[in-house]
Design a protein around this ligand. Structure first.
Ligand code: GDP
Length: 751
């Protein structure tokens, strides 16, 4: 390998620099990210992206936890418990993510120029440097939002002035900090691009000063993304330097290591340029061998891209003057300075690409994987919940359908039964009406016998007669009532009870078991009894007996026999001169006789004289003896009848009249009473049926309530199911977002 090769390498770098400036960077990760911006933006973009995703995941986890905690027991799934800890996990990840940064650690022997290199990169003299200055502390430079920089030490939260750094960090300082402790320099982000993009610089004590490498690594290096070994171009790598990186690569998988061969400006003073190139080549070979063959962190080709011959001092001077817009003092920059400046810029560019890519992977890969684990766990929980609630909903839907058909059956059967029972009640009512009517007629026909059985002492005295009538009314009412009861009631009772039992049995078949038992309690406890309500006293209140003595062959009696009591009255009062109309049913002879007597009576009643004349005329025709005999016979008959008109005869006459009267009155109420009885039967049966149907209504109401509550439960489960589905889809979406993040920022792993 010759100096030419290195020069061409330089010239290539220079031309690249010229074309793309420092904002150009090589493709990252998946090779799709070639764009005109600092490679460091890649980290910032990835950080923002993954922060956004995790904020969404945090919201999603909260939403899921709320959803799961409100689930009914039958929809809960076993692995839902794991979700409880996801909230804290995500919060932890978010906190780590916000703190995440890119970290570069500088190593090398004391005075190799580590601090100068950091200052050159930061374009500020922040780190203390100088010959003789050694530090036993780690000094970290990180960005802050404030406009002024400050210091923080591990032992206190108090902010210290930047000017204290020399005193604090110096190994010779009287202020003793703990060995290997950390001093943090918080430097305004606005002043430095690297700090703005979340790069943190860590300067270590000279590797030749502190031998406890394990402690270093554990404390400061495990989260480092890039290691920069600042070597001295004047000498070869020391074993301590090599040991350190062997330890690092045993703890971290393939650490990113850059080797800066610093102080290359010194080579300008050498007289023999060929010798310089040889030295350079020697450094190359040894460094490549160290990185590729000994550490095996990169291949030989890639190793060449990790070695840079620079002058940190020149770069710092040049940059400070460039930024202050002042000319660099003569002699401060050596010949061919630009080559070393470009080498430094190339180092920075390669460093930017490497650190952003590495930091994205080391910082975010694990988080994105954990995020995916969480979303996939939640997805399966949501999927299970969605399916479980759907199954529960389907089960309830089946129960609801059964209940609906049960209700439908009950309604239809009740309707059929109601029609049937209505017909049955109607038929029964007609039957009762007919039977009561028949029984009453029978009782009316044998009323005379019934009245005859009444054997209270009879006396025509008005007071006694009044009591007699009262008792007779009660007797007739009571006896007819009892007779009717014995004729009809027993049969009707059993028919009514049978029908009621039948109703209950028929309805019982329609009802569920728990309601069936209530039916018997609905049936009437007492026997059904018909009240006939004859009320003879009022019915016969107008009855007026006629128990005056009347001679059977007296003129009035004869007239009554043929004319009836009314006709006689008419004739005797002279109010009807007309010949009475023939009474239907009377014979022709009778009618003629009536005519004669009527005329005769009419004449005789008008004048007593007329009677005497007639008597004389008859006597003249038949003779006085015959008249006397007839008169005697007539008198005897009268006497006989007068003698036999005893209380007994009066009672008989009374009872006869009473029977006629009551029979006529009872005939009038036959229809009414039978209708009343049938109405009672109808009331009894309809009432019982209505009460039985009430039980059906209660059952129907129960079914309707059940269906309504099933409906509510089903729609609640549907809500749960659809929410579960939405959350499952959301988990899918977040998983895809994380997958997109991984593809975009992490890409396939380097071999
Ligand atoms: P550290 O102990 O590794 O941090 O080294 P410093 O950065 O403090 O540098 C030690 C001394 O070397 C300082 O005086 C620097 O000015 C000087 N120095 C650093 N880099 C270079 C360089 O590239 N060329 C030359 N000539 N001197 C340098």
């Amino acid at each position: 390998m010759s100096g030419k090769l290195d020069k061409s390498s330089f010239s290539m770098d220079v031309s690249q620099k010229g074309q793309g400036d420092r904002e150009d960077y090589r493709s990252l990760g998946n090779g799709k990210h070639a764009r005109s911006q600092s490679p460091l933006k890649f980290f910032a973009e990835a950080k923002k992206s993954i922060n956004d995703v995790f904020k969404d995941i945090a919201e999603y986890v909260t939403e899921s936890q709320n959803y799961l905690s409100a689930l009914p027991e039958n929809c809960k799934c076993e692995n839902a418990k794991s979700v409880e800890e996801f909230g804290n996990m995500i919060q932890g990840i978010i906190e780590v993510l916000t703190r995440d940064h890119m970290k570069v650690v500088f190593f090398g022997r004391t005075s190799n120029g580590k601090s100068t290199t950091i200052n050159a990169m930061l374009r500020n003299k922040i780190m203390p440097s100088g010959i003789g200055h050694t530090t036993h502390c780690f000094i970290q430079v990180e960005g802050c939002e404030s406009s002024e920089g400050f210091l923080l030490t591990e032992d206190s939260d108090q902010q210290k002035s930047i000017s204290d750094i020399k005193q604090l960090a110096s190994a010779l300082s009287k202020v003793k900090l703990k060995e290997n402790s950390l001093i943090r320099i918080l430097w305004p982000k606005q002043k430095c691009k690297f700090l703005r993009e979340d790069v943190v610089f860590l300067d270590s004590p000279g590797i030749d000063v502190t031998p406890d490498l394990d402690d270093w690594i554990d404390k400061h290096c495990l989260d480092a993304d890039v290691f920069v070994l600042v070597a001295n171009a004047e000498s070869t790598l020391m074993q301590t330097e090599k040991n350190f990186f062997h330890k690092v690569s045993s703890r971290l998988s393939k650490p990113n290591i850059f080797i800066l061969q610093n102080r290359w400006d010194i080579s300008v003073g050498e007289d023999d340029p060929e010798e310089v190139e040889q030295v350079k080549e020697q450094h190359y070979q040894r460094n490549v061998e160290f990185l590729a063959d000994q550490l095996k962190v990169v291949d030989r080709q890639e190793a060449k891209n990790r070695i840079f011959f620079v002058s940190a001092k020149e770069t710092l001077i040049s940059r400070l003057h460039e930024d202050n817009k002042t000319p660099t003092p003569h002699g401060s920059l050596q010949r061919n300075y630009q080559e070393r400046a470009f080498a430094f810029a190339n180092f920075e560019q390669a460093f930017e690409v490497c650190i952003s890519k590495s930091a994205v992977r080391t910082k975010f890969e694990q988080h994105s994987q954990r995020g995916r684990n969480i979303t996939s766990s939640l997805r399966s929980v949501m999927d299970e919940t969605h399916k479980k609630s759907q199954q529960q909903g389907d089960k309830l839907q089946e129960v609801k359908s059964e209940k609906e058909s049960e209700l439908d059956f009950l309604e239809k059967q009740t309707l059929v039964l109601t029609t049937e029972m209505k017909d049955k009640i109607k038929a029964m009512v007609e039957e009762v009406e007919r039977k009561v009517s028949y029984a009453m007629n029978m009782e009316i026909n044998r009323l005379a016998v019934l009245v005859e059985d009444f054997d209270r002492p009879f006396h025509p005295d008005e007071m006694v007669l009044r009591v007699y009538k009262k008792e007779l009314h009660a007797f007739v009412e009571d006896t007819i009532g009892k007779n009717l009861q014995s004729r009809c009631s027993y049969e009707m009772q059993s028919t009514v009870e049978k029908t009621q039992r039948q109703m209950a049995d028929r309805l019982s078949a329609l009802l569920p078991d728990e309601t069936k038992q209530h039916l018997d309690s609905v049936l009437p406890k007492n026997q059904f009894e018909i009240a006939y309500r004859l009320d003879c006293r009022n019915l016969c209140a107008d009855f007026q007996e006629d128990i005056q003595f009347r001679f059977s062959f007296g003129i009035t009696a004869l007239m009554e026999r043929f004319l009836g009591r009314k006709g006689v009255k008419t004739v005797l009062t002279g109010k009807g001169n007309t010949i009475p109309r023939p009474i239907p049913g009377q014979s022709q002879d009778n009618q003629i006789l009536v005519g004669v007597i009527t005329t005769f009576a009419s004449v005789s009643s008008r004048t007593t004289m007329g009677a005497v004349i007639i008597g004389g005329m008859v006597a003249k025709v038949t003779g006085w003896r015959i008249i006397a005999v007839v008169g005697a016979l007539y008198g005897l008959m009268y006497l006989y009848e007068r003698m036999t008109w005893t209380n007994k005869a009066k009672e008989r006459s009374f009872k006869r009249q009473y029977v006629d009267y009551v029979a006529s009155k009872l005939k009038l109420i036959v229809d009414l009473t039978s209708a009343n009885c049938s109405h009672q039967v109808q009331q009894e049966l309809s009432g019982t049926f209505a009460r039985l149907c009430n039980q059906v209504d209660i059952s129907k109401q129960g079914l309707e309530d059940e269906i309504r509550s099933l409906d509510n439960e089903i729609s609640r489960l549907q809500d749960i199911s659809s929410k579960g589905k939405t959350l499952r889809n959301k988990a899918d979406f977040l998983d895809k977002t994380l997958d997109g993040f991984i593809k975009k920022f992490l890409g396939p792993k380097d071999s």
